[in-house]
Design a protein around this ligand. Structure first.
Ligand SMILES: [Zn+2]
Length: 105
């Protein structure tokens, strides 16, 4: 059964992320819609509600990621793990060019 994330935990996650989406770096104040708390490893894959498994996310990134942990790269036909903001450094995997996010890895 899915448990709601307590308000204190949500606040901790938002503050830790400086109120920016941990995937696209968009700031919460710059979007009309409320940001969400993403389970990096979804509940269905054994993840929990502990802060180490939670990421602050804009609705677009959270909906796009869903419960996925990996993706398949067309060019290489390889299965690769998705970005995990708890163990990966954003700037090592992405950069912004003229407001567009470019993947480096
Ligand atoms: Zn985002």
């Amino acid at each position: 059964m899915r448990q709601a994330i307590p308000a204190k935990v949500r606040e901790l996650v938002a503050n830790r992320a400086e109120h920016r989406c941990e995937y696209c770096r968009f700031h919460e104040d710059d979007l009309f819609f409320s940001f969400e708390v993403d389970h990096i490893v979804s509940i269905k894959h054994g993840g929990g509600n502990e802060p180490e498994n939670l990421a602050f996310s804009c609705p677009h990134c959270n909906n796009h990621k869903g419960s996925d942990l990996t993706t398949i790269l067309d060019d290489y036909n390889d299965i690769v793990r998705l970005f995990n903001p708890r163990i990966h450094e954003w700037a090592s995997h992405f950069q912004t060019v003229d407001g567009e996010i470019i993947s480096l890895t």
